[in-house]
Design a protein around this ligand. Structure first.
Ligand code: 4NP
Length: 160
């Protein structure tokens, strides 16, 4: 069964494109072709931009190539995607306000709900105004959450 996952942050240049790149690599390593990933932002000011160079460099050091072009969340994303995973409370609440139906709102969840190594994590902090360690912390959280998400998606793929 094909599953479509959308990762959402504010600018779509740091956290969500990194989540998308990490997830794509994990899915490719597992040979799981039934899952489609994309990312978007609740703020459109960076539309068309590549991910922030600081995030691209930090991700590249861990073997992730990020080449997503930023785009804002659209209303049809609620139809196109099965699961919409947000980075923090602001994204979560913004998407709930945008959701066109109760069914659409039911697709929204927090990415940190899938964390296992960091079970106490409630959000992926915005690294935009942080130093280099902020980007490393984001990548640690995203790798943890994406590996937990992969376990769930693989179950669904097998059951599908
Ligand atoms: P992101 O980080 O939401 O992880 O992409 C940010 C990127 C840009 C801005 C804020 C956060 N900004 O204010 O432009």
């Amino acid at each position: 069964m094909e599953r479509k996952v959308l990762f959402v942050c504010l600018g779509n240049i740091c956290r969500s494109p990194a989540a998308e790149g990490i997830m794509r690599k994990m899915l490719a390593q597992e040979g799981c072709r039934d899952v489609v990933c994309d990312s978007a932002g609740t703020y459109s000011g960076h539309a068309g931009d590549l991910p922030d160079p600081r995030m691209r460099q930090a991700a590249a050091r861990r073997g992730y190539h990020l080449d997503h072009r930023a785009r804002p969340v659209r209303y049809d994303d609620f139809d196109r995607f099965d699961l919409i995973l947000t980075m923090d409370d602001a994204n979560y609440e913004r998407l709930h306000r945008m959701a066109p139906s109760v069914e659409a709102a039911g697709k929204i969840a927090r990415l940190t709900d899938f964390c296992r190594r960091f079970p106490e994590a409630t959000h992926v902090p915005d690294p935009y105004y942080e130093g280099a360690e902020g980007f490393e912390r984001v990548l640690d959280l995203l790798e943890d959450a994406c590996s937990g998400l992969l376990v769930e998606l693989k179950k669904e793929c097998r059951e599908g």
